[in-house]
Design a protein around this ligand. Structure first.
Ligand code: AMP
Length: 285
């Protein structure tokens, strides 16, 4: 099946398209991505399609959110394939600016969401969330959608974006999309492509470990005990755990003891590849 998607590369062209839809009384949803489109991104586009008349997706590999030793250069890129997949999921417009369009000479503004960015992924990636918050604020202001959808896969990021939109009065509703997983439980991620065959076999244990911990907490166990078991299982399988924590699902404040409602968040390295995942307490699946 051939599906049509128009590609625009400038803020002016993006705004003109969105304005034409609005003049027709149509609503607009946005699904920002960094490309390397997979079923996780496509599920967000389908969800967007159910919530608005028109769907804009964006692809921008944002240099601001990669640390100096991270994989900005190596990050997988392939616009033609990505455009086809986004179109097949229902996106009508792809916004794919280059770095100069996004950050013209003299660009000097940073968006920093203080409260929710102080730990978890911040520890290993100190400037990451400032880069994310800055580019997401720009994308939302450039496009002006009614709704924007972000995956729960990046749970801390989702909460940061909700906060920045509230704090800066950006007139958009932020909606979370459920995590899409492989049949063995591994959360889909563009970075899974970096895993060796042996690492790929081990990787589903990340989800299994936090699911087990979520079940234990739902049954009344203290978070410390549940997380201790999960950490031991991960380390025994060869993961290097960056963080493994139970947090308040809205504020990400640390929790201790028994808690009937929480979010378990994990980041762990398998070899060179850093994987993240998270699970609600009680677990959904
Ligand atoms: P990325 O291209 O990795 O920056 O991701 C773009 C959007 O897709 C973000 O909102 C992510 O949270 C979301 N996403 C990535 N992987 C998944 C997944 N496995 N399930 C659901 N959403 C995802």
């Amino acid at each position: 099946m051939t599906t049509e998607i128009e590609i625009v590369r400038t803020v002016a062209d993006l705004r003109a398209k969105v304005a034409a839809w609005r003049a027709n009384g149509e609503t607009v949803a946005m699904v920002p991505t960094m490309g390397a489109i997979h079923e996780g991104h496509m599920s967000l586009v389908r969800q967007a399609k159910g919530l608005a008349d028109r769907v804009v997706s964006s692809i921008f590999v944002n240099p601001l959110q990669f640390g100096p030793s991270e994989d900005f250069e190596a990050y997988p890129r392939g616009e033609a394939r990505d455009a086809e997949l986004l179109a097949s999921a229902g996106a009508e417009l792809l916004y794919a600016p280059n770095a100069r369009e996004m950050y013209p000479d003299g660009f000097s503004t940073t968006v920093h969401v203080a409260d929710l960015t102080e730990d978890l992924c911040r520890r290993e990636r100190p400037d990451h969330f400032d880069g994310v918050a800055t580019v997401v604020a720009k994308l939302l202001l450039q496009c002006g959608p009614d709704i924007a959808i972000f995956g729960e896969k990046d749970y801390q990021q989702l909460l940061i974006i909700k906060r920045l939109v509230r704090d800066l009065n950006i007139p958009v509703e932020i909606v979370g999309g459920a995590i899409v997983r492989e049949s063995d439980g591994l959360a889909l991620s563009s970075r899974n492509a970096y895993l060796s065959d042996a690492e790929r076999e081990t990787a589903p244990l990340l989800r299994a470990a936090i699911h087990q911990a979520a079940q234990q907490m739902a049954a009344g166990d203290a978070s410390e005990a549940a997380l201790k078991n999960a950490r031991a299982a991960l380390e025994a399988a060869g993961f290097r755990v960056d963080y493994l924590e139970a947090r308040d699902p809205q504020t990400l404040a640390p929790l201790s003891g028994a808690a009937s409602s929480a979010r378990i968040l994990v980041a762990a390295f398998l070899g060179q590849t850093r994987l993240i995942d998270n699970m609600s307490v009680p677990p959904q699946a």
